[in-house]
Design a protein around this ligand. Structure first.
Ligand code: PLP
Length: 361
């Protein structure tokens, strides 16, 4: 069977070249006599793999030298809990801007440790827009402000980094990291699970500004302490070595393809083609998100007759287009078009959508 175009939101499609490289290198790593999966994480051979991946990531994302880069386990959700433990004093207020499902999760994970102030909450309007910063109800002296750059389920994305003054800004970039250039100096912390835009599930990335690492935070075990992870270069305990290696291959692939600015151009082109197909369908397809904040990574849409959706998904799969089922919280269809999704995949989807509409419109 041929590889399909996989629009899954995560774990998501990986570059075919990376998969082939992983296959070719899997049984034997260089002259070690062992697979990369079998190397000690503290040995020189794996250390070289790990350090190369970090160096490539720093170059790819233009991460300032003084920022810590951590390769962690536990997914983005675990970081949402650790953020509160590490950066807020017990009972201190932290501001949360909730623009979709993952913002809700961030609040739920932090609530046991901090006094959450919902500075903005898009839930009542049904998560179709982002309130302007001037309307956010922020608390003076907040430990930090947390927001979700791209809401993977609701398909809502910030157009840029919000301006919040001196309050440290913490951004969940799980589904938008490396999709467009980012000025890290404007954020206290950026975190992302790898399984959307960076690699396989099982490894998460945290980029932390030095002043935040100095915070006392709350009583916590060393394994929940970002400072301890940073001091140990993410090797406080056994890191997810294979995932780290594979993410490193993705970083190299992105650099070779032209880096983040090139992916920003490609992503804009892909998103424009898909939204044009939806908006130009005469109401057959519908995306409810306000255009200015529509996601360039995850495009949820609905059919005018929802009863047609199972047939849409079945015939799409027959046409080699998979992973299109919407999240269970929202239903409908969702096309995730991360860096590794080629333009040809989006063109195939747009072509299928037109043909499906001709048959059923
Ligand atoms: C997928 C996702 C998460 C959750 O990631 P896990 O690695 O499953 O914990 C959090 N935030 C966003 C924006 C996501 O897309």
């Amino acid at each position: 069977m041929e590889r399909a175009f996989n629009f899954s939101a995560g774990p998501a499609t990986l570059p075919e070249a990376v998969l082939e490289q992983a296959r070719d290198t899997l049984p034997l790593w260089r002259d070690t006599g062992a697979s990369v999966l079998e190397l000690s994480h503290r040995g020189p051979d794996f250390m070289e793999v790990a350090e190369q991946a970090e160096a490539d990531l720093r170059r790819l994302l233009a991460i300032p030298d003084d920022h810590a880069v951590l390769f962690l386990t536990g997914g983005a959700t675990t970081q949402q809990a650790l953020i509160a433990l590490n950066f807020a004093a017990p009972g201190q207020v932290a501001d949360y801007v909730v623009t979709g499902h993952w913002g809700e999760t961030a609040v739920r994970q932090a609530e046991p440790m901090v006094a959450v102030n919902l500075a903005a909450d898009g839930a009542t309007a049904g998560y179709v827009d982002i309130a302007p910063v001037a309307q956010w109800r922020r608390s003076p002296g907040a430990a930090y402000l947390h927001y979700t750059d791209n809401e993977t389920i609701h398909g809502i994305e910030f157009a840029g980094v919000p301006e919040v003054g001196d309050t440290p800004l913490i951004g969940d970039f799980s589904s938008s990291i490396a999709a467009r250039p980012l000025d890290f100096s404007r954020l206290g912390m950026v975190y992302a699970g790898a399984q959307k835009n960076l690699g396989p599930s099982g490894v998460s990335l945290a980029v932390i500004r030095p002043d935040l690492l100095e915070r006392a935070g709350q009583p916590r075990a060393p394994i929940f302490d970002y400072r301890a992870h940073a001091a140990a270069r993410s090797m406080l305990n056994t890191p997810p070595t294979f995932n780290w290696y594979l993410a490193g291959l993705v970083f190299k692939w992105m650099l070779a393809e032209g880096g983040v600015p090139e992916f920003e151009r490609r992503n804009a082109r892909k998103a424009a083609a898909l939204y044009a197909a939806i908006d130009g369908s005469g109401g057959f397809y519908r995306n409810p998100v306000v255009p200015a904040v529509r996601s360039r990574m995850n495009v949820p849409f609905f059919l005018h007759d929802t009863a047609l959706e199972p047939l849409f998904l079945e015939q799409a799969a027959d046409a080699g287009l998979i992973g299109l089922k919407g999240h269970r919280a929202l239903g409908g269809i969702r096309a995730s078009i991360y860096n590794a999704m080629p333009q040809a995949g989006v063109q195939a989807l747009v072509g299928f959508m037109g043909a499906f509409r001709d048959r059923h419109g």
